[in-house]
Design a protein. Sequence first.
Lengths: 92, 483
Amino acid sequence: MDMEMVKYLADLSKLEFSDEKLGETAQQMTSIIELMDTVKEIDVTYDAYKDNHDVFLPELRSDSVIPSMETAKIVSNAKSSDNCFVVPKVVE
Amino acid sequence: MELKDMKLRDMRKALDSKEISAKELAESYLDRIKKYDGEIKSYITVTEELALSQAQEAQQIIDRGEAQALTGIPVAIKDNICTQGVRTTCASRMLENFIPPYDATVMEKLNSQNIVMLGKTSMDEFAMGGSTQTSAFAKTVNPYNKGCVPGGSSGGSAAAVSARLAPVALGTDTGGSIRQPASFCGITGIKPTYSRVSRFGLVAFASSLDQIGTMALSAEDCGVLLNAICGFDMHDGTSSREDVPDFTAKIGESMKGVRIALPKEYFAEGIDDEVRQCVLAAAEQYRAMGAEIIECSMPSLKYAVSCYYLLACAEAASNLSRYDGIKYGHRTERECDSYEELIVRSRSEGFGDEVKRRILLGNYCLSSGYYDAYYRKALALRQLVRKEYNDIFEKCDMILTPTAPTVAYSPEKTADPVSMYQADICTVTVNIAGLPAISTTCGYDKNGMPIGMSLIGKKFAEQDIIKAASAFEQGFTPVLPRM
């Protein structure tokens, strides 16, 4: 895997790497993809219907409002104000 | 008998007859944790105050004669299972200070029986690994040899039970993360059928593969704990409505006529000689009990590791995209010029190297131009693995394999990601197919390191594999680590 691909994937993944780490990661990812390439040796086709046909609608709950989690608990792991998450002021 | 060597049956009797109190039992384990865990490093968070308070509550219930199977029993919980008010880190800096506002369903079930939670055990970061060495907080060692890894990702739970720093523990298994550390640490661990145990409150790694399971010194104790955590949950859309039997009910039944298949690919090149010989000897033990040993074949094993990692990492890339530093988790303290930068910096600072590699791999195989060749191909291979298992199960009741290709090794050997992935060869097909499997110790190598064997059952057939594992354990004398 070349550096351009790693940079592209890092962008997709919302991750950043130092230049040194980028090189190391590219090497590791190359070896990992070589292992993943084993799947290309076999010819099999995916049958999507087989996996996705057994959702039984009667088992779904009714579309009604039921108590959820208290807002105070939801915001308890971040800075909050007025039941909103507080984030740094960023002006782009 | 010392408290630390008691199985759950003995503990229940001792508690109910008032031979020991719940407080004494909790304190005995907390004292052992203080004495030994500085070296073993199995716990990330020890909940001493909570444990003693829970022991007090449990004692009141015992005194009223209303104890359930697990009332007053100390339990260790893997640190990717949400415990309300108790730090849950997933062994990651990303969640270093995360305090869940709710209990996982499994915790609600255990708390309804008034267990005593000893603490949260170490693991590979976000359950991604096979050694517990990617833990950001506690790189657990193997109680049999402190120069060896305990396995992973439930290495903390495995080591805690092995070193008798907890009688039983919860672990999770996405690609072997209960069974392999159970094998490395000389204990028993079971991954139930996918959908048996609610995943609500389990921090997600790969949602179509993750399952919570149990770890203990015996198959029976694994079954007792499993009884408590299984069952339909409306909060988990994949949860099964299958009836939950007493998983220990068949223990003691004869193994005569039980058909056990040995897939030849699991005993071929790549498996250590001592491991192979030990598991084959176990098969002979089953034959002596009257079981029928059958050879079978699983050609898809060749593609299992790549199939598993493509599926698991694709799902992980999606699941871990929730960690953006906004609602919870690590947020960078550096000044950022945009929200994009805030999110990228937070994630890059919070995640370890292995987690980052798996996210990259996941996004690679899902990205345009690669999706069909990798992810869709992996989906097709998953169907092939399931078909092969179905075909094998037409002719047998369960399947016997080594749990891992080797015994526990030194941490230096974890440096190469590809070797680590390949070491999962014996366990991943079980997760791909969603089947139940139990690992129990079947011997020791020339250096005294435990060797584990796995029994894989048909869907929802946990009773059968627990029975079979227990049958072997009855005739096996384990060598516990000296501590």
